[in-house]
Design a protein around this ligand. Structure first.
Ligand code: DAH
Length: 340
C-alpha cells in the first residue's frame, strides 16, 4: 500500500503540474481528491490493515492528500497570476504615445465678418433680431411701399410658395415686423438669408445674406445715419475710411441714399478691386418712408427713423479680396482653411 501511495503521489503531482488551464485544474481536483479517486480507494481499504500499519499508511495517505491539495492551490495561484499578467499587458495604456489629433472646425468667412459686425452694433446698444425666410408678400413688399405692380418688384423676382407667400428677397420685411410689435425707440440689426431668382455667377447667387439696420425714435435725422455708418466703417476698415453719400431711390425710404467707401486698396485712384471707380458701393439706406411708419402704426409726425441694408457676401469678398462668390458656398476646405 505504501508503494501504491508512492506511485500515486508521482502520478498525481505530475497530473497537477501538466494541467493547461483552470478548468482542467478543477477537474484534476475532483479526480485526485474526490470520492472516486484512487486515494479514496486506498483509504477505504485501510480497514484490512493491522493497527500499526493503519497508523503508518493513514499518516502517509493524509500527507499525500495535503500535498496534492497544496500543489493544486499553488497551480491555481499560478494560473490567476498569469491571467492577471495577461490582462495587465493587454489593457496597458501607453501614456507617452502621441494622441490622435481631433480635427477642429473653424468659422466660415461669412460668419467671421458677420460676428464682427454684430459685435460693433451690440456695443452701440442695438439688438439683434431674426426673421422668417419664408415670408408674406405683405411684409416683403406691400408694407414696404412696393405694391403689386411696382417696377421695383422686377429686380427682386423670387420663389413663390403661394401667391402671397414667398422666399424673402431682402431682410427689410423685418423692419415692418419689428415696428408692428414694438414701439420706438427701436434699434435693431437683422442678419439673415435672402433669396432671389438669379442665376449663379461670380457675383450672383439665388441665396445670399443681408444685414438690415433700423433705428426709429423721436428726432432721428439723416445726420445720425451718416455718423453711425461712419463709425461702423471705421471700426471695420480702419480710421482713414472715407464715405460718400449718393442720392438714390428705394420705395421704402425717403430720401434714399447709397453709401460708397473710398477704395481701401487704391485710396481712390482706381484699381481692379473698385473697377477703376475709386469708390466701392457698400450699402443702401435712407430715412424710413412716412408711409411705412404709418402703416406700422407709428406716427410719422412724432417719430422718424433710418434704415440700411448691407449685402454680407460683398463685404466679405471685399475684405478678403475674394473674386468669385461661388467660393463661399462650395465648401472647399482648401479655401475655407485660409480664414481665421
Ligand atoms: N432691401 C434693399 C435691397 O435689398 C436694401 C436696402 C436699401 C435696405 C435701403 C434698407 C434701405 O433698409 O433703407 O436692395
Amino acid at each position: 500500500m505504501k508503494n501504491q501511495l508512492e506511485q500515486l503521489r508521482q502520478k498525481a503531482l505530475q497530473a497537477v503540474e501538466t494541467t493547461g488551464d483552470l478548468a482542467a485544474l478543477e477537474q484534476a481536483r475532483v479526480d485526485l481528491l474526490g470520492k472516486k479517486s484512487a486515494l479514496s480507494a486506498i483509504m477505504k481499504q485501510m480497514g484490512a490493515l493491522s493497527a500499526e500499519e493503519r497508523r503508518e499508511v493513514g499518516r502517509l495517505a493524509n500527507q499525500l492528500h495535503a500535498d496534492i491539495e497544496h500543489s493544486l492551490d499553488e497551480k491555481k495561484a499560478a494560473f490567476s497570476a498569469a491571467a492577471l499578467e495577461q490582462r495587465l499587458s493587454q489593457e496597458r495604456i501607453d501614456v507617452t504615445a502621441p494622441g490622435s489629433p481631433i480635427p477642429l472646425g473653424r468659422r466660415h468667412p461669412l460668419y467671421l465678418v458677420l460676428d464682427e459686425i454684430k459685435e460693433i452694433f451690440v456695443g452701440m446698444g442695438y439688438e439683434i433680431a431674426d426673421g422668417p425666410e419664408v415670408e408674406y408678400d405683405k411684409y416683403n413688399f406691400e408694407m414696404l411701399n412696393i405694391p403689386r405692380d411696382h417696377p421695383a418688384r422686377d429686380t427682386q423676382d423670387t420663389f413663390y410658395i403661394t401667391e402671397n407667400i414667398l422666399l424673402r428677397t431682402q431682410t427689410s420685411p423685418m423692419q415692418v415686423r419689428t415696428m408692428l410689435k414694438q414701439k420706438p425707440p427701436i434699434r435693431i440689426i437683422v442678419p439673415g438669408r435672402v433669396y432671389r431668382s438669379d442665376d449663379v455667377d461670380a457675383t450672383h447667387s439665388p441665396i445670399f445674406h443681408q444685414i438690415e439696420g433700423l433705428v426709429v425714435d423721436e428726432g432721428i435725422t439723416l445726420g445720425d445715419l451718416k455718423a453711425t455708418l461712419e463709425v461702423i466703417a471705421q471700426r471695420l476698415y480702419g480710421e482713414d475710411v472715407v464715405l460718400r453719400f449718393r442720392p438714390s431711390h428705394f420705395p421704402f425710404t425717403e430720401p434714399s441714399v447709397e453709401v460708397d467707401m473710398r477704395c481701401f486698396s487704391c485710396h481712390g485712384e482706381g484699381c481692379p478691386l473698385c473697377k477703376q471707380a475709386g469708390w466701392i458701393e457698400i450699402l443702401g439706406s435712407g430715412m424710413v418712408h412716412p408711409r411705412v411708419l404709418a402703416g406700422c402704426g407709428i406716427d410719422p409726425d412724432i417719430y422718424s427713423g433710418w434704415a440700411f441694408g448691407i449685402g454680407l457676401e460683398r463685404m466679405v469678398m471685399r475684405m478678403y479680396e475674394i473674386d468669385d462668390l461661388r467660393l463661399l458656398y462650395e465648401n472647399d476646405l482648401r479655401f475655407l482653411r485660409q480664414f481665421n
